[in-house]
Design a binder for this molecule. Structure first.
Ligand SMILES: [Zn+2]
Length: 155
């Protein structure tokens, strides 16, 4: 038997990469944002490339549409979510595979603005959403990573 979380009122939604090198991403989320899916305060979407497709509609149109629909669905059905946290990481295989290696961090402003634009423009999403992007970096040996929140000028 495994526990369920009933009556959850999540406040945060994260988009993270499925990369197996980052099994502790949820610990970063708990430490930085104080929320967790274990107690129903966070919803986490795992997808290869993390939030990357949201900056790369031309390279991955279906990936962009998929993530947009997933985010809008989560916000529509969880009106208590008011923070969206796109998380990208260094040396992401999705970026390499799409010929845009090294753009993982510099994409975060575009990703954040796109999230604001499509959530604001969707009449079924009633809450006002704040976007707080983060970036994860590997250490020199590649056996650890550290995360930090990235400040984005939204104006
Ligand atoms: Zn990745």
């Amino acid at each position: 038997m495994y526990p369920t979380v009933l009556g959850a009122k999540p406040t945060h939604l994260f988009i993270v990469c499925s990369d197996i090198r980052l099994p502790a991403q949820e610990r970063f989320i708990r430490g930085r944002f104080g929320v967790s899916k274990d107690n129903g305060t966070a919803v986490i979407i795992h997808v290869l490339g993390g939030a990357g497709p949201l900056a790369r509609k031309e390279q991955d149109h279906s990936g962009y549409e998929y993530l947009q629909q997933q985010i809008l669905f989560a916000l529509r059905h969880n009106p208590t979510i008011t923070t969206v946290g796109p998380i990208n990481h260094q040396a992401c295989l999705w970026y390499g595979g799409n010929g845009v290696a090294g753009e993982e961090e510099t994409d975060l402003p575009v990703i954040s603005r796109n999230i604001v634009t499509f959530t604001t423009g969707d009449p079924t999403v009633r809450q006002k959403v704040i976007v707080r992007p983060s970036f994860l970096e590997f250490n020199e040996g590649g056996n650890r990573f550290s995360g930090r929140e990235v400040t984005i000028p939204m104006a």
